[in-house]
Design a protein around this ligand. Structure first.
Ligand SMILES: Cc1cc2nc3c(=O)[nH]c(=O)nc-3n(C[C@H](O)[C@H](O)[C@H](O)COP(=O)(O)OP(=O)(O)OC[C@H]3O[C@@H](n4cnc5c(N)ncnc54)[C@H](O)[C@@H]3O)c2cc1C
Length: 498
């Protein structure tokens, strides 16, 4: 197995998109098979060497940033093993280090579709499972979890598990019994907390009555096992997609539009009524986001105070009618229809995606100029609490004269508040305000992380959500799978809980 230890060779594996500093490791290992992963973990466990699993490093919470020990890089587990087309959709078997964009292209070339799409497509498929990634299309399709049929994973002990959905469930006493190789059995009791009832949630271990064991590993952020192979469900590729970037002069009009677009989408979906309004993405840009984007996109109307990016899948037969329905809905809610942008061709849609992707890039460039780190939230709240929360974000940030942009997945009541401090004093204020937002979110029944996970930078917020006891329960659960506590140290909960 390839092993690298020269500082220059491993430097790029010691960071991710969080800008968490100080990552260090003795060496990086590059296994090419599940057996090599098992051998590496068994050796590390016998020596008590910490192991941090690495994907592509696009994570934004420091999950793959190591503080000692070795990095286990999944780069060479990069084969798409099988893509199978069946009557209605299909399935695929993919190794953990396959780049999501490559997989999506391969699948689409076969007339199929893999919905999870966490914006930054250079990420690895195994990591999207480890973080239960979501993104814009989650509004219609749910997070990565919904597409996982089977996982091959290696526990920190070196044991290999092949877990298929539908085989092992928690019993009425919240116990899971897991048959292991060589006739052993692992028994564990699930933690006692209940997860927030938001549309999305990605903070801490997944725990629910009667849950499937597979779901415990999905979203476990490299702390319970190393995923080496993933079997996913595929859907038929939609014939076409209608996209729009639509502008509003008043936030109240936009919020009413989102409420109606969401209700009609959910109703049509629940009643399996094809051909009506059924958004697959509803994404928000606030006035500050538009101000920032105007630097590059001069066509953003001057009077626009906020915008929505939406997508809806279409067929040749219903494309024109659906376009007309969206226009009527937008006119009813006083959108700036004449100045808005619509696309049905792939080339134009790619430009709209680029418009959306451009925003975090512009924010990052601004921060680099000011030598500051972004302070970015990832909270979601229940439907009825969203408008008040959005108001609270803006009023608080403006009262404190902080620069910010707010954008993201409004269909799921989940927007990212990006605070952009100009100096260290503002950064301190921004962190205090973030904590106030976290506390209010928890009071409202929301989640502190809807998609990015906890990693090494949001453990304190997880404690605000659940309290100390559940963090200890999570650590105890981890020890069942990883008695030497070597995997993903510092992720989800601080090492002191182990
Ligand atoms: C501009 C930008 C936009 C983004 N937008 C979104 C978005 O809309 N939605 C969203 O959900 N995320 C988003 N992200 C975050 C990120 O892309 C996702 O979390 C992605 O899944 C991380 O994949 P990665 O390969 O880069 O993982 P890494 O950053 O390398 O690792 C992420 C975590 O997974 C663990 N891990 C990696 N591989 C494995 C494995 N095989 N087995 C076990 N554990 C493993 C690591 O230890 C780490 O804890 C965005 C990031 C950027 C930079």
């Amino acid at each position: 197995m390839l092993s690298k230890s020269e500082p220059d060779e491993i430097r790029s594996l010691l960071a991710d998109a969080s800008n968490l500093r100080g990552g260090h490791a003795a060496r990086a290992l590059f296994p090419e098979t599940t057996q090599e992963v098992a051998d590496a973990l068994a050796e590390a466990a016998s020596e008590g060497t910490p192991v941090t699993v690495s994907g592509a490093g696009t994570g934004v919470v420091g999950g793959r940033v190591p503080f000692g020990g070795v990095v286990l890089a999944t780069d060479k587990l990069n084969r798409i093993q099988e893509i199978v087309r069946e009557d209605a959709g299909g399935w695929a078997i993919v190794e953990a280090g396959v780049v999501l964009a490559d997989f999506q292209r391969a699948v689409e070339a076969r007339g199929l579709f893999y919905p999870p799409d966490p914006t930054e497509r250079s990420c690895y498929l195994g990591a999207t499972v480890a973080t239960n990634s979501s993104g814009a299309r989650t509004f219609k399709y749910g997070p990565t979890r919904n597409y996982i049929r089977r996982l091959r994973l290696v526990l920190a002990t070196g044991d290999v598990l092949d877990l298929r959905r539908g085989e092992i469930f928690a019993d009425a006493r919240r116990c899971l019994r897991i048959p292991m190789p060589r006739g052993r059995c692992i028994e564990l009791e699930l933690p006692s907390y209940s997860m927030p009832q938001t549309r999305k949630h990605a903070a801490g271990y997944y725990v629910a009555p009667g849950m499937d064991l597979l779901d415990l590993f999905i979203g476990s952020e490299g702390t319970l096992g190393v995923i080496t192979e993933v079997e996913v469900t595929l859907l038929p590729k939609p014939d076409g997609v209608l996209s729009g970037v639509v502008f509003f002069t008043d936030e109240e009009y936009l919020l009413a539009f989102v409420r109606e677009a969401r209700e009609r989408s959910l109703q049509n979906r629940a009643e399996r009524r094809a051909g009506g309004i059924d958004a697959r993405a509803l994404e928000y840009f606030d006035a500050e986001s538009l101000r920032c984007l105007r630097e590059k996109y001069t066509l953003v109307p001057q009077q626009a105070m906020s915008a929505i990016f939406f997508e809806q899948e279409t067929t040749l037969e219903n494309e024109d009618r659906l376009f007309a329905e969206w226009l009527t809905l937008l006119e009813q809610h006083k959108a700036l229809v004449e100045d808005s942008w619509f696309a049905t061709e792939e080339k134009d849609r790619a430009e709209m995606r680029e418009f959306r992707h451009r925003l975090p890039v512009l924010v990052n460039e601004w921060l680099a100029r000011h030598n500051q780190r972004k302070i970015s939230t990832d909270m979601a709240v229940p439907d009825q609490a969203f408008a008040g929360m959005l108001r609270l974000y803006k009023e608080t940030l403006e009262a404190n004269r902080l620069q910010y942009v707010i954008f993201g997945h409004i269909g799921d009541n989940h927007v990212h508040v990006n605070i952009m401090p100009r100096d260290d004093r503002e950064a301190t204020t921004a962190r205090e305000i973030y904590l106030r937002f976290v506390r209010r979110t928890v009071e409202l029944g929301g989640t502190i992380s809807a998609e990015h996970g906890v990693g090494k930078i949001k453990g304190d917020y997880l404690r605000e959500l659940y309290g100390e006891g559940p963090l200890r329960e999570m650590a105890a659960l981890k020890r069942v799978f990883d008695p030497a506590c070597i995997l993903g140290r510092g992720n989800i909960f601080a090492e002191e809980y182990l």
